[in-house]
Design a protein around this ligand. Sequence first.
Ligand code: N01
Length: 548
Amino acid sequence: MTSNAPEPTAVPADTSAPKTAIDAVVIGAGFSGIYMVHKLRELGLTVQAFEAGDGVGGTWFWNRYPGARCDVISIEYAYTFSPDLIEEWDWTERYPSQPEILRYLNFVADRLEVRPCFQFQTRVVSASFDDAAGQWLVTVDSGEVTRSKYLVTAVGCLSTSMTPDFPGLHGYAGEVYHTADWPSGGVDFSGKRVGVIGTGSSGVQVIPLVAEQAEHLTVFQRTPAFSLACGNRALSDQELRDFKDGIEEHKARSKASPTGQYTDTLAESALDHTPQERQAIYEDRWNRHRAIDLIACYPDLFANREANETIAEFFRSKIREVISDPDLAERLSPRTYPLGAKRITLDTNYYQTYNRDDVDLVSLREQPLETFTENGIQAGGVNHELDAVVLATGFDAITGPLLSMDIRGIGGRRLTDKWSDGPTTYLGIAVDEFPNMFMLTGPGSPNVLTNVVCAIEQHVEWTGDFIAELERRGASRVEPLAHESRNWTDDAAELAEATLYPEGDSWYTGANVPGKPRVIMSYVGGLDAYRRICDEVAADGYRGFAIA
Ligand code: N01
């Protein structure tokens, strides 16, 4: 450990050349990477960080499709560790748009002066643990290799896009865009016949804006979403002031909540109330325009299918209020999975878009997508001529960004092999046989089932404290005990089985990626409980880790 953060050190590809090892490599410049770099520098460690994009932002750098917006309200989707950052930043809208989140992250990166630690436009392709030296060798796409004691992955959960292997896609002559890799200069769909495949969060957001511009829009839907009108609006100066003045209370409430988002969950079962009582309660919460207020309204909504059906039907009734054609309303109504088993989407004018004469819906369950042709998509025997196609087909989530790098631990053990049946981790932070590696929002942590910024702050702070303790002890090496990883993973799986998540074919479970092991990759026990467990592990001398 050195006392001051020098300029980042990168060493040439010749691995026989002597290398100046640094303390830590951090991969990624999103919310977690920015804060982790700051934290490590505060500890006096030397840090080299890598980011594939040419700026900070992580998933918010690439997901710049029209309509991209967060599903957590802006004032809560922000760091809380620094009073200065809170005081100096003013959000303009209740739900922040992608450009505003990107401006925020640039502001934070400047304010914390972390930018010099990052090498941008640089993708990490592999990382292997040199057992003899007790160091990681991190190789980037230029071939450069950096040696470091610690490896911290801050790669995000939704940063590896997923393009299905559609027959004929390569022979299609029109334009193809993926929402998660949108051209930085934008796209003009004026006068074009456009197809959108996918109706998850990205599809539901992009569809209304493409419809406004295109000559004609065809939406190809495999599974309808449960969508909540987000009721976005400008924030007033008074609201911002009140939030800042009450920040300590906000922090305490979000820390005590399972998702990092406070809501007033009722004590009764949903089934204890009459349909009329439930209707009034759901209606009130619908008008709060916050998904957590609905899904966590009753304690059993996500544990009991019958209770869940009461709120699922409420959402369907909202579709029927907007869509006058009963057949179309039914095709847009989710019936095959419980509400919440796929992520609830937040929209602006999503259902209204289907009332336009220049928008068609193709239900792929009834009319399966057979092939792309040279000039469009053939589904159910019908050829839809299209000048452009938008793939809103999502991500190889959570494990995808980690496994897209060739990470090798002790004895060259590949992470892809270790996780061939699904990820095993201790606390979602560390993996046995992969010493000195820490994952932020990794599989087995609460990650995407929370306001992820809260989860990130907890992870960065806990990991930072752990690394500080390792340095204080003069430790050279740390890894979790194999049986602790197994226990953590098994216990997390058992908790997940008691919820309704297994009933949805979603990216939460890996079911959206053909061939991916079907495992619930998040800790469902709540961020509050998880925080307590992590704190107890630390208080117990980092129980479960072998420290050399
Ligand atoms: O991805 P998704 P996303 N043939 O996986 C369909 C976050 N996010 O990018 O459901 C035909 O949810 C697939 O169909 P099905 C947020 O956490 C947040 O939309 O698998 N269709 C589905 O409709 C979100 O949950 C925000 O049957 C195929 C769609 O593509 C997460 O990112 C905004 C197909 C993919 O939906 C992912 O959202 C954007 C195939 N072969 C994203 N393969 C906000 O904060 C897939 N599909 C608001």
